[in-house]
Write a protein that binds this ligand. Structure first.
Ligand code: GLU
Length: 305
């Protein structure tokens, strides 16, 4: 595996055709696109790292996997009255579907859905308290207390977040938010701005590869049924309107972020984190997707056999 990952770094990771870094968040626009990392954490406790696997990057929407897990822990299935479980087939920040569906977002991984999830977790608390809880949860999953929010990225998102603000106000107009819109937005922008390395991210995702239990520490995070369900949502909705393409090419549950990271889960086998900041037209890491496709070809880890 180690040799194979190094080969991926030397081939795919060195490609000239790297896609474009996200430019709508100014702080992400300054990230050097020539970086590449891949980490595989296996359920039997091996950790294979290659490339810039210790370099911190903005996990962006990958954080939505962790906020969904937290929300399910707090509200259980009641969360599904606030957000759906269907692929959207629309861009991550689309507003059109919301009007047709009375302000109820299609799924927890599009921006509107993640705003609904944050609103659920806030439960009348101050954004700072909720953020501390989210951060504590991510640190616990990754077994790493150094994980933090990149305030520069959060500020950059806040300053240019008109689209997300529109989504939140639109949902509020349908009576869908229970907390003040600025609380929801502030918490959302900050959790998207958590900075992690591929090594940390792969470890944080291990519970989803281990039937809800971190197979290395033995700590149960969610029930096997809940882990299966989170994985199925990642497969169907984790790459926005590119989810079908990702399932076709890679065949693993995965969640991407506009920082260029992807967390992919091979149930029963491994948690995989890749990072390459350049994105394809839909907003998913271009080389990250290619690397995962290659990894699955090599390992036979597709959930479809
Ligand atoms: N914070 C980003 C936004 O709200 C997240 C998008 C993403 O990673 O897909 O636009």
């Amino acid at each position: 595996m180690q040799k194979f990952l190094e080969e991926i770094v030397a081939t795919i990771g060195a490609s000239d055709d790297r896609g474009q870094v996200a430019s709508y968040i100014p702080q992400l626009a300054c990230v050097d696109p020539n970086q590449f990392a891949i980490t595989v954490a296996t359920v039997d406790g091996q950790l294979y790292v290659a490339g810039d696997s210790d370099k911190l990057f903005s996990i962006q929407s990958i954080s939505k996997v962790f906020t969904l897990t937290l929300a399910l822990g707090k509200l259980g299935d009641a969360i599904w009255s606030r957000v759906g479980r269907e692929p959207s087939g629309d861009p991550f920040n689309s507003i059109v579907q919301l009007e047709h569906e009375s302000g109820k977002p299609r799924n927890p991984f599009i921006n509107a859905g993640a705003l609904a999830i944050v609103d659920a977790i806030l439960m009348g608390h101050q954004p700072k308290e909720t953020l501390a809880e989210i951060l504590q949860f991510v640190r616990y999953l990754a077994e790493d207390d150094t994980i933090a929010i990149d305030d520069k990225v959060a500020r950059s998102e806040l300053e240019t977040g008109d689209r997300n603000a529109s989504l939140a106000h639109f949902m509020a107009s349908f009576g869908r938010l229970k907390n003040p819109v600025d609380y929801v937005l502030g918490t959302y922008f900050h959790h998207c701005s958590i900075a992690m390395s591929c090594r940390q991210l792969a470890r944080a995702g291990l519970f989803l590869a281990g039937d809800g239990k971190n197979p290395v520490t033995g700590v149960r995070v969610v029930s096997p049924r809940r882990a299966r369900r989170i994985n199925s949502l990642m497969l169907m909705c984790g790459h926005y309107d590119g989810s079908g393409e990702f399932a076709y090419r890679v065949g693993l549950p995965g969640k991407s972020g506009v920082g260029g990271g992807i967390l992919a889960i091979a149930p029963g086998r491994a948690s995989i984190a890749v990072w390459s900041p350049g994105l394809d037209k839909i907003g998913n890491s271009k080389l990250g997707s290619a690397a995962l496709e290659k990894l699955v070809e090599h390992t036979g880890w597709s959930i479809f056999g």
